[in-house]
Write a protein that binds this ligand. Structure first.
Ligand SMILES: *[C@@H]1O[C@H](CO)[C@@H](O)[C@H](O)[C@H]1NC(C)=O
Ligand SMILES: *[C@@H]1O[C@H](CO)[C@@H](O)[C@H](O)[C@H]1NC(C)=O
Ligand SMILES: *[C@@H]1O[C@H](CO)[C@@H](O)[C@H](O)[C@H]1NC(C)=O
Ligand SMILES: *[C@@H]1O[C@H](CO)[C@@H](O)[C@H](O)[C@H]1NC(C)=O
Length: 184
């Protein structure tokens, strides 16, 4: 009996000392910055509202008295996006990536918008890379600026900004020109 107990204790004491792979792990070393590069990107965001090719869907909306819930982008709502990025302004222009994420209309009117979008590129050198935008978007202004807060692939640890210019707007289509400056 006593021998079994001792054996149990030995086992218990030894188990944590054995190398356990996949355990919680953390290591801190000095950060050695690499020389940074600046990349300028120019493309168009093509959004479609309604119909079979819609790129935006309202996924949540608050039941607030006075809300215009018939609007495609009602106040106090969250809209999910999956929209193509194109090389040019025309509908037939080559698709070079897509923007996926959310747009939040936090207030009682829809002039205040916050966007959380990942712009993923699928062509050429940038295939597999993306930039992350997390910013207010003063949507009613024709020219506006968004913050680029990170990225993947070539744009790891990126920081930057995007200058936006609405180039075409109808009841169902919006085409926004993006001029992005990324430091990475
Ligand atoms: C949706 O997209 C397809 C393929 O691009 C196109 O043929 C069709 O006309 C579009 N439908 C509408 C309603 O725009
Ligand atoms: C919205 O709120 C009103 C008032 O509280 C309620 O009567 C109505 O059923 C709600 N509608 C939905 C879809 O929850
Ligand atoms: C982009 O990368 C994906 C995955 O690596 C690959 O399947 C695809 O063919 C590439 N596309 C282009 C246009 O290079
Ligand atoms: C894009 O932005 C950069 C930096 O702000 C600027 O130098 C360049 O002229 C702009 N290009 C276009 C096409 O707007």
């Amino acid at each position: 009996m006593e021998r079994t107990l001792i054996l149990c204790w030995i086992l218990l004491l030894c188990i944590p000392m054995a190398p356990v792979y996949g355990q919680y792990y953390s290591e801190t070393v000095p950060y050695v910055p690499e020389p940074k590069k600046v990349t300028n990107l120019h493309f168009f965001f093509r959004g479609t509202v309604g119909g079979q090719n819609a790129t935006a869907t309202t996924v949540a909306r608050a039941n607030v008295t006075g809300n215009d819930n018939s609007s495609p982008f009602p106040p106090n709502s969250i809209v999910a996006h999956d929209a193509p990025l194109t090389a040019g302004l025309e509908p037939t222009s080559e698709i070079i990536g897509n923007a996926q994420g959310l747009e939040v209309f936090p207030g009682h009117d829809t002039t205040s918008v916050v966007v959380y979008l990942d712009f993923g590129f699928t062509k050429g050198d940038l295939n597999g890379s993306s930039i992350g935008v997390f910013s207010r978007n003063p949507a009613t202004e024709t020219e506006r600026e968004l913050a680029v807060v990170g990225g993947r692939g070539k744009f790891k640890l990126a920081k930057g900004f995007a200058l936006l210019n609405t180039r075409f707007l109808s009841s169902s289509i919006v085409v926004v020109e993006y001029n992005v400056t990324v430091i990475h």
